[in-house]
Design a protein around this ligand. Sequence first.
Ligand code: MN
Length: 259
Amino acid sequence: MSSSLLSQLADALGNGSVEVVDLTQPLSPETPVIELPPIFAPSPGLSMQVISQYNDAGPAWYWNTITLGEHTGTHFDAPIHWITGAQLANNTTDTIPARRFVGPACVIDISDRVAENEDTLLTVEDIQSWEAEHGLIPAGAWLLLRTDWSKRQGRDAFLNAGEDGPHSPGFHPGAVRLLAERDVLGVGVETVGTDAGQAATFDPPFPAHNIMQGSGRFGLASLTNLDRLPPTGAIVIAAPLKLVNGSGSPVRVLALVSR
Ligand code: MN
């Protein structure tokens, strides 16, 4: 047994005592994208066109052209995504230091409540009671909100739009402020965006975007498999494409979990 930390990790990955859990949803033309009121420009979902597929256009190779909005499927929100983060240093996908794409995960589970109330929000009290059991959320951690929303099948159930807008769980403004005080890397959710479906009516509107991006922090949306993570102890890797001036990008989010 090697003594170096990374050699031990390599051994643990090899023997399965550290598992790689994929927190990413499949990305396809069917992947739902957030819907905005029609006065705003919509973001396109994924489309793919074959460039060649072992044919006259390219006899030995297969590849596609892809077109999509930056915020499609499992994706990363950079600080510049929101107007509150527009003037911050290192606020784009290409300028965020890579160190900030890796961090421990704190997972707070409100899935029981979501089953009763689709609009339920993580509150300051929820965070405090989680911390009483698991300790303070450390600086530089991802805060992942488990809602089991990713288990919803089909676009309509996932977006859950009503006449008064979408209904899906998220964060109370006070909870986001407390997470910023804890100096988290950002928040991750199972829903289509980091804010609750009804967050346009909150004060401030869209607090997860307003406060997280406004304080130089990140978002991860459309995560899955959060039910396979422990409350603490996992390491999450979420690195967006190095798009110059990018506001975000689809991302493959991985968690290292001790078994
Ligand atoms: Mn986004």
